[in-house]
Design a protein around this ligand. Structure first.
Ligand SMILES: *Cc1c(COP(=O)(O)O)cnc(C)c1O
Length: 387
């Protein structure tokens, strides 16, 4: 046996930023003290800065889905007509939440790997002028596809509908101009590009959404965002016991992201995604989201006749690395390489080198180094000395 380091290479949870983990050890703080209220205020201010928004931002003790749930229960009423864009497992989650709260959902469904185009959203808005909301993923993590949020936001902005974006893997992997495009609710989660463990969800809330909140009648209790906003504004911290350890860690990670600059974090993911796509193509593999591949994760189809589970399992047993299989009906068909958050080129070179070995062992013809070389070319181009 040789040394195998454990590596978590999935699109959530993602690799952890070590200083954030170290910061977490100072969690012996009471949440109703001014010391902690200051820490939380700093986290909220930093989130607003990296999300580049003047809208309110709130933090919830939940995984990302908690903020998805809250964004329905706080801004809608039973039977409200809403347009739900579904291009994968996370779009299906919007559909399920809408159903749970008895919304009247007009579902725009796309094949897995495809996206819901702005043209379809435009047509749905024209056909349903009474629509109260449009729900979508920025990045559909289950397929690797990214939606054209800018174009869709332009269509929704002049209507009465709220644009609710699950940007849980969109934040930090693609530009999202919340204020200028008019994203009413923009949702993030701690275990994605924010480099800390699962346990926090956050969301930005536009004035248009707060206006709707005044009449939205779905019952809510734990995730009462208006109540939470009041607590924050009164300087009293949070409605309930906040996830102190995670908020402390989040501050450390946000300091790093601010130092890097959000555009650089996004560019980092975009370059790693391009390196991975180029490597896949050099190895004769097909992408799953051919038309609109995003940069949070690259979904690659297993070679014909090979179950993607074999690749995922070999990563774990031979290299100690956890990568993601497909979800639902995509299980066995695709494997997913993540790029969001604390990933770098060295991770990417290693993953591609391991992939070459795994493909070779399982009978797929590989010229060793061809995938790695494709990724190296992306690094070389991005790091060219300026003339
Ligand atoms: C990870 C993720 C979520 C949230 O899932 P949780 O398990 O609740 O954190 C939601 N949407 C997308 C697109 C995601 O990638």
């Amino acid at each position: 046996m040789h040394i195998k380091k454990q590596r978590l290479l999935t699109p959530g949870p993602t690799p952890l930023y070590p200083p954030a983990l170290h910061a977490m050890m100072a969690s012996d703080v009471h949440h109703r003290t001014q010391d902690f209220v200051k820490i939380q205020a700093q986290a909220l201010a930093s989130l607003k800065e990296v999300m580049d928004t003047t809208n309110d931002v709130l933090i919830l003790v939940a995984s990302g889905s908690g903020a998805m749930d809250a964004s329905v229960s706080n801004f809608f009423s039973h039977c409200d007509k809403v347009i739900v864009c579904v291009a994968g497992k996370f779009g299906e989650r919007w559909q399920e939440i809408a159903k749970a709260y008895s919304l009247n959902a007009v579902v725009l469904q796309s094949e897995y790997g495809d996206v819901v185009t702005p043209a379809r959203v435009a047509a749905a808005l024209a056909e349903n002028p009474d629509a109260k909301g449009v729900f979508i993923q920025a990045s559909e993590t289950s397929t690797g596809a990214a939606h054209d949020i800018e174009s869709i936001a332009k269509l929704v902005k002049p209507t009465n509908a709220l644009l609710v974006v699950d940007a849980i893997t969109g934040l930090g992997t693609m530009p999202l101009d919340i204020d200028n495009w008019g994203i009413d609710i923009c949702i993030g989660g701690s275990q994605k590009a924010f480099m800390i463990p699962p346990g926090l969800a956050f969301l930005s809330i536009s004035p248009k959404a707060w206006e709707r909140n005044a009449t939205a009648s779905i019952p809510r209790f734990y995730f009462d965002l208006k109540k939470e906003k009041k607590m924050v504004e009164k300087g009293e911290g949070s409605s309930w016991t906040p996830n102190t350890s995670h908020i402390i860690a989040l501050n450390a990670a946000l300091d790093y992201i601010k130092q890097l600059g959000m555009p650089k974090l996004i560019e980092n993911a975009q370059l790693l995604a391009k390196a991975t796509r180029d490597a896949a193509s050099a190895l004769g593999l097909e992408l799953f989201a051919k038309g609109s591949p995003g940069s949070s994760v690259t979904a690659i189809q297993a070679p014909a006749g090979m179950d993607s589970g074999v690749i995922v399992k070999a990563f774990r047993t031979q290299f100690g690395a956890v990568i993601a299989n497909g979800q639902g009906s995509m299980k066995g068909q695709i494997f997913r390489m993540a790029h969001l958050g604390y990933f770098d080129f060295a991770d990417t070179f290693a993953v591609i080198a391991a992939l070459e070995l795994i493909l070779h062992t399982n009978g797929h013809k590989v010229t060793f180094g061809s995938g790695v070389a494709a990724a190296q070319r992306v690094w070389a181009e991005a790091n060219q000395p300026k003339a």
